[in-house]
Design a protein around this ligand. Structure first.
Ligand SMILES: NC(=O)c1ccc[n+]([C@@H]2O[C@H](COP(=O)([O-])OP(=O)(O)OC[C@H]3O[C@@H](n4cnc5c(N)ncnc54)[C@H](O)[C@@H]3O)[C@@H](O)[C@H]2O)c1
Length: 282
């Protein structure tokens, strides 16, 4: 499968072990040129591994893409700001003269949402909806308009979650935001179908990422361990509960994104596929 000649825009692409970076590298390895975006995060909001490695977000990912021989443009933008989303899409199209693939991967930094609904701050709820749902809508709207105008068809791939199909306790904001993405995926698939643009969602179970979580940091402190030690315990416990014996790596998710972004998925739209080692079947 080749994505030669295609241009992809990927949000939330700056994490050193995130799904966004894995997706950018996968699509570039298949021949796509990429625009990668992320917000500038303060050091306190970064996973310890990124601070230690002096990881430079999308600038570091851009170097990796260049090493694959593809073109790349890193664009810093805050997805809580609608005008920055519009600017991001415009900058991508101005830079490359086209846009074929939109991957909505970013999400609000997790942890403050992990409380019972009766304790959930409205501000946290609003932030989760803003980044996980409204930004996906706005990226789809602006990228979709450009794809329609350019007339080459296109692909939108939204990273939802198993939590968008099956909620758990202490997950009201996150689950609501991801259930909404699945509805948005179906509706926009129907709206964009006449233009040869498909819209699908990928729903991962737990992923072995090095994401920042305020909850994990607090739990680790309480237990007198490092955030990474605590994270390793979670990954190991989740793997044991998974029928296939391990949780997803970012690359497992990127592989499905690449399929949905490519020519072989031409007749697939409005679907929400799990990547989860068999922990949930619908
Ligand atoms: N990690 C998991 O276990 C898991 C499980 C299921 C689904 N997912 C989904 O997969 C996707 C990727 O997960 P991950 O763990 O790689 O992500 P992550 O938690 O590392 O966050 C992704 C990116 O979003 C960016 N972001 C946060 N706020 C932003 C803002 N205001 N503007 C722009 N960007 C912003 C972050 O900087 C980060 O690089 C997400 O949509 C997530 O919900 C993850």
């Amino acid at each position: 499968m080749s994505l030669e000649g295609k241009v992809a825009l990927i949000t939330g692409a700056g994490g050193m072990r995130g799904v966004g970076r894995a997706t950018a590298l996968k699509l570039a390895s298949l021949g796509a040129d990429v625009a990668i975006t992320d917000v500038r995060r303060p050091v306190d909001d970064l996973p310890p591994g990124e601070v230690r490695a002096e990881w430079q977000s999308i600038d570091s990912v851009a170097e990796e893409v260049q090493n694959l021989g593809r073109r790349v443009v890193p664009i810093y933008a805050d997805l809580s700001k609608p005008d920055e989303i519009e600017g991001l899409v415009a900058e991508t199209v101005n830079h490359y003269g086209r846009l074929d693939i939109m991957v909505n991967n970013a999400r609000a930094i997790i942890g403050r949402d992990k409380v019972p609904v009766t304790e959930l701050e409205e501000e946290v709820w609003q932030h989760f909806l803003a980044i996980n749902t409204t930004a996906v809508f706005l990226c789809t709207k602006h990228a979709g308009r450009e794809m329609v105008r350019l007339g080459n068809g296109g692909r939108v791939v939204n990273i939802a979650s198993n939590a968008g199909k099956q909620a758990s306790a202490d997950g009201a904001a996150y689950s609501a935001s991801k259930f909404a993405v699945i509805g948005l995926t179906q509706a926009s698939a129907m709206d964009l179908a006449p233009h040869g643009i498909t819209v699908n969602a990928v729903c991962p179970g737990p992923i072995n990422t090095d994401r920042m979580s305020y909850w994990e940091r607090a739990q680790a402190q309480e237990r007198g361990m490092t955030q990474e030690e605590f994270r390793a315990q979670i990954v190991s416990a989740s793997s044991e509960r998974t029928p296939l014996g391990r949780i997803a790596e970012p690359e497992d998710v990127a592989n499905l994104v690449a399929f949905l972004a490519g020519p072989d998925s031409e007749l697939i739209t409005g679907q929400s596929y799990n990547v989860n080692g068999g922990i949930l079947f619908h």
